[in-house]
Ligand binder design. Structure first.
Ligand code: FAD
Ligand code: MLT
Ligand code: ZN
Length: 476
């Protein structure tokens, strides 16, 4: 029998008829968030337990059908949707969303992969703990996807990427076995640390079904400021002052270029954005403290006064309430949505040593303006981590699709040549997916690529998991 034809009844027997989707509108599973590529799945399968995932993997392995693990499908690099062949299975983890255990004494929570990040944050907060991972997509992205991409977000400067927050995983392997590493141990040097292979592997090595994540005490006070800075150099100087003054209290440091903020004002006119008209860049910074609110506030205000005296801040406002703080963060978080509304765009999720960012941006701005007159630069990101979203929008009035078709390659060539020259990374936090696969081949050393292929071949010898994502489908 034709393998897929035998497969679908087997899958229905495992997860139930209602959870093997082959008809109706599957756009949410087949089109990536940025609307860059529309795929076609053989079916979308929605298991509800690790045992079901293992059975689905075994059935697919027997049928020779490949699997695309999917969480909230908010990824930026076309890595969680099927290709156009109609032969790949989307394995959606969103029904696996239970909290299995919260161990306050161990400061850990064990949660299933499909749990939406915001729900996880809320459960932790209700129990009196902080789960610090924070992304603008947190209302839809899942912890499995966060682990799959090693997501960064806006709290990395203090708490690290998702990798640093993870103490253990449960994974279904390509053989359909379950590896359970949910020990919650902070120290365990018993050989290779397998969790780190799966974190950031973008669904190419196994299916993450659950994870044990670190918790932190809820800070007693949290203060947010929005500051206008006269230049990127000034923003970097302010970051240095913030590190010195606030130390581990510095939990967020984001930069936003003027055009990025103009897009927010244009597409979300209800938002009040301070200072942007008179400033090339603005910064959102956050201080979290276990001291009282008054102590934290006076320390924060002293920092901003010192920064003004040093000339690296021209204007600043400190939120007076949680609602005001949310509104200031919301401005920053709205930039990707405003950019999406403005039209198709080219994203560069790059990282460079913080100290060299101003020099990099000056060179890249000049090179792009010269080569592509009228190009619009949407520059913003996690300056505290040396991670910029150095994005590009077509010149005003030009057909964005045509611009991307003709100029994406040449624009990327300019930006990534400079990233290489500055020893940076072509993907700081979004991953590789299929969008950057060829770029990875070009920018990663042959030795590193060889090691990556060896790992892929060892763990997934038949190239069943997310083939063609991250690494080309050949050579395994
Ligand atoms: P998906 O998009 O479904 O999948 C992402 C990758 O992980 C795919 O390769 C998929 O195959 C794999 N995967 C998913 N689930 C599993 C699993 N259970 N086991 C194995 N592999 C799996 N990213 C950042 O890093 N920082 C940001 O600040 C940030 N902000 C964003 C803001 C917006 C508005 C949007 C739309 C996206 C943003 N992202 C950001 C990108 C995205 O939200 C993250 O990459 C997120 O981690 C993806 O989670 P997801 O559940 O949507 O995963
Ligand atoms: C962000 O920091 O807002 C995200 O990574 C999303 C994006 O780059 O569009
Ligand atoms: Zn980001």
């Amino acid at each position: 029998m034709n393998p897929p034809a035998a497969l679908l009844p087997a899958l229905r027997a495992i997860v139930g008829d209602a959870h093997v989707l082959t008809e109706g509108d599957l756009t949410g599973y087949e089109l990536d968030w940025r609307k860059r590529e529309r795929g076609k799945s053989l079916a979308v399968v929605r298991p509800t337990s690790t045992a079901q995932v293992a059975q689905v993997v075994q059935a697919c392995a027997a049928a020779g059908v490949s699997i695309v693990p999917q969480g909230g499908n908010t990824g930026m690099v076309v890595g969680s949707t099927p290709d156009a062949s109609g032969t790949q299975l989307v394995l959606s983890l969103t029904r696996m969303n239970a909290v299995r255990a919260l161990d306050g004494g161990n400061l850990t929570i064990t949660v299933e992969a499909g749990c939406v990040l915001q729900s996880l944050q809320e459960v932790c907060e209700k129990a009196g703990f902080l789960f610090p991972l924070s992304l603008a997509s947190e209302g839809s992205c899942t912890i499995g996807g966060n682990l799959g991409t090693n997501a960064g977000g806006t709290q990395v400067v203090r708490y690290g990427n998702t990798r640093e927050l993870c103490l253990g995983l449960e994974v279904v392997t390509a053989q359909g076995e379950v590896w359970s590493g949910l020990t919650g141990l902070r120290k365990d040097n018993t050989g290779y640390d397998l969790r780190h292979l799966f974190i950031g592997s973008e669904g190419t090595l196994g299916v993450i079904t659950a994870a044990t994540m670190k918790l932190y005490p809820l800070p007693k006070s949290q203060l947010t400021a929005f500051a206008a800075v006269p230049s990127l150099e000034a923003a970097v100087q302010l970051l240095g002052l913030a590190h010195q003054t606030l130390s581990a209290g510095l939990t967020g440091f984001e930069v936003m270029g003027q055009f990025a903020l103009k897009l927010v004002v244009k597409h979300f006119p209800q938002q009040r954005v301070p200072f942007y008209e008179s400033s090339p860049y603005c910064v959102v910074l956050e201080n979290s403290d276990n001291e009282s609110d008054e102590h934290a506030r006076s320390q924060f205000e002293r920092l901003l006064e010192a920064a003004m005296e040093a000339g690296c801040v021209s204007d600043a406002v400190v939120a007076e309430s949680m609602a005001q703080a949310r509104a200031l963060w919301h401005i920053r978080e709205s930039i990707p949505l405003a950019q999406a509304q403005e039209g198709l765009n080219i994203k560069h999720d790059i990282s460079i040593a913080v100290s060299r960012i101003p020099e990099f941006v000056a060179k890249a701005d000049a090179a792009l303006a010269q080569a592509f007159p009228g190009i619009r630069l949407v520059n913003y990101g996690h300056l505290g981590d040396g991670n910029l979203h150095y994005n590009v929008q077509a010149p005003d009035g030009q057909d964005a699709e045509k611009f991307l078709r003709e100029q994406e390659g040449p624009v990327n060539a300019v930006v990534y040549a400079l990233v290489d020259a500055y020893n940076g990374s072509i993907s700081a936090e979004h991953g590789i997916g299929s969008l950057k696969r060829e770029k990875l081949e070009k920018h990663k050393s042959p030795v590193a690529l060889g090691l990556m292929r060896s790992i892929k071949t060892a763990l997934d010898p038949h190239n069943m998991f997310n083939p063609g994502r991250m690494l080309a489908a050949r050579n395994h």
